[in-house]
Design a protein around this ligand. Structure first.
Ligand code: ZNH
Length: 142
């Protein structure tokens, strides 16, 4: 679980990224599609090249808004994301293995955009936080 140092690292770097989902969420999605092309299969309805769709910015913002909810409710991430877990489990049917892949691309995106904030300690804490997010999203899978 997250220590108080983790929480302060997460809140610190998130204060830089917050509200920038249209750019940073888009970048994370485009990196995911490129570095793990199998993830594109979930977004086939965006067209043949989902990485080029204007939906990347719209969806990137939604993902960042959800992460923002998790940061705002960092002591109850499960509760904050429980509806979203339902959606992924029952309607979207996303293999939870993909949550790790997106998490990785979010980390890479943060490191590239905020290089001086992204210390190894912040890396560790944000990785732990995204693990909690992924676990919460996987909660409703049966
Ligand atoms: Zn997801 C959707 C979040 C991951 C796939 N998502 C979604 C949304 C959100 C999210 C918020 C919206 C919802 C509504 O609208 O209501 N995700 C999220 C998060 C994460 C995720 C936070 C992590 C971190 N997803 C994911 C992955 C995948 C996905 C990994 C695959 C690969 N999602 C998805 C889809 C969708 C979603 C497909 C739908 C889209 C559209 O719109 O179309």
């Amino acid at each position: 679980s997250l220590s108080s140092a983790d929480i302060s690292h997460v809140k610190g770097i998130w204060s830089k990224a917050k509200g920038k989902g249209g750019d940073l969420g888009k970048e994370a999605l485009q990196r995911m599609f490129c570095s793990s092309p199998q993830t594109k299969t979930y977004f086939a309805h965006w067209g043949e090249n989902p990485q080029d769709s204007p939906n990347t910015a719209i969806h990137g913002k939604k993902i960042f808004d959800a992460i923002n909810d998790a940061v705002d409710h960092i002591s109850d991430i499960h509760g904050a994301l429980s509806k979203l877990s339902d959606l992924h489990a029952t309607k979207l049917k996303v293999d939870p293995a993909n949550f790790k892949i997106l998490s990785h691309n979010i980390l890479v995106t943060l490191s590239r955009n905020f290089p001086s904030d992204f210390t190894p300690e912040v890396h560790l804490s944000f990785d732990k936080f995204l693990d909690q997010v992924a676990l919460s999203l996987a909660e409703k899978y049966r």
